[in-house]
Design a protein around this ligand. Structure first.
Ligand SMILES: [Zn+2]
Length: 306
């Protein structure tokens, strides 16, 4: 028994020593593979970080493919992955329910935290009587560009040797976002209606940017279900305004959108908040840009645009 305790204490000391060495590891980014090790909280941050990092970064998405980030909690393995990375990229504004907590735990460690959406979320929504900040800035290409620039600045600071490459990659993504912005402007400037009904309130910034009006069935998180009265009022609104399409999302149950469509005689159509792609989406080569383009096509159909 004594021998066992001795071994256990020895093992604990060895582990503590390894942890201490690792915690004191010098930054920035002295890594064996020579690549920046980046963890990103969910798909859009993963996509932007991967595009900016190019061949010089290994980027991991913490939220698994097909999972919904609003209620995802990192596993102990995810936390280890974050703690052993050089950079953690968050959207911020409580999109990641764990983001602020983990960022606070990383203060004083070599892990650099980039909050790509810091200072960009300026729209409020009322949920259960409380005012909450809308975190869905990546769905507005103009705000998304600023997120990309924040990510690039963080990469340059962590790994100045590849700074020119990160800035050049960021410029390419920003050009793609400019192209998307022009397509949305042109595609949505001559439409019969401006109201659209979505599952959760993810499209507020996109709506503001292009002069549209989002009517959400649930709140800022998909699990905020409406009351029976709210659903009845929504049914009436859809009928009165002759809204022909109800948007649903693929990562959450389409039950509410289906019910509303049945009650009103409307059809359902996908509007993707791009909070996560499924494994099959990724295998088919879908990405942020293809999903934004699909969203534009479906908005044009729902709003009867010319
Ligand atoms: Zn959302």
């Amino acid at each position: 028994m004594k021998r066992f305790i001795y071994l256990a204490v020895l093992a604990a000391l060895v582990i503590a020593g390894v942890v201490a060495l690792w915690r004191n590891a010098p930054g920035p980014a002295a890594v064996s593979s020579g690549k920046l090790r980046v963890t990103a909280s969910f798909y859009p941050m993963y996509y932007f970080a991967s595009m900016v990092g190019g061949p010089y970064a290994d980027v991991t998405d913490i939220t698994p493919a097909g999972a919904e980030p609003h209620d995802y909690e990192p596993t102990p393995q995810d936390i280890v992955r974050i703690e052993t990375s050089d950079i953690l990229v968050l959207n911020g504004n409580l999109l990641e329910p764990w983001g602020d907590r983990v960022a606070a735990e990383l203060v004083g460690t070599p892990v650099r935290v980039i909050v790509a959406g810091q200072g960009l979320a300026d729209e409020k929504l009322t949920e259960n009587g409380a005012s909450v900040t809308d975190p869905h800035i990546w769905l507005d290409p103009v705000l998304a560009k600023q997120e990309v620039q924040r990510i690039a600045d963080g990469f340059v600071a962590a790994d100045p040797a590849h700074g020119a490459a990160y800035q050049a990659n960021a410029k390419m993504v920003e050009n793609a976002l400019d192209t998307l912005d022009r397509k949305f402007q042109a595609g949505l400037n001559s439409c019969a209606r401006t109201d659209f009904v979505t599952s959760h309130a993810a499209f507020g910034y996109l709506a503001s940017q292009y002069g549209l009006n989002q009517i959400a069935i649930t709140g800022v998180s998909p699990d905020q279900e409406p009351s029976t009265q709210a659903l009845a009022a929504l049914t009436q609104l859809v009928k009165q305004n002759n809204i022909r399409y109800i948007f649903f999302e693929r990562l959450i149950s389409p039950k509410l959108a289906d019910t509303l469509a049945q009650e009103t005689g409307a059809q359902t159509l996908v509007l993707d908040p791009i909070e996560g792609l499924t494994a099959s989406d990724l295998a088919q080569g879908k990405d942020y840009v293809t999903q934004m383009e699909m969203n534009l096509q479906n908005l044009r159909l729902a709003l009867s645009c010319r």
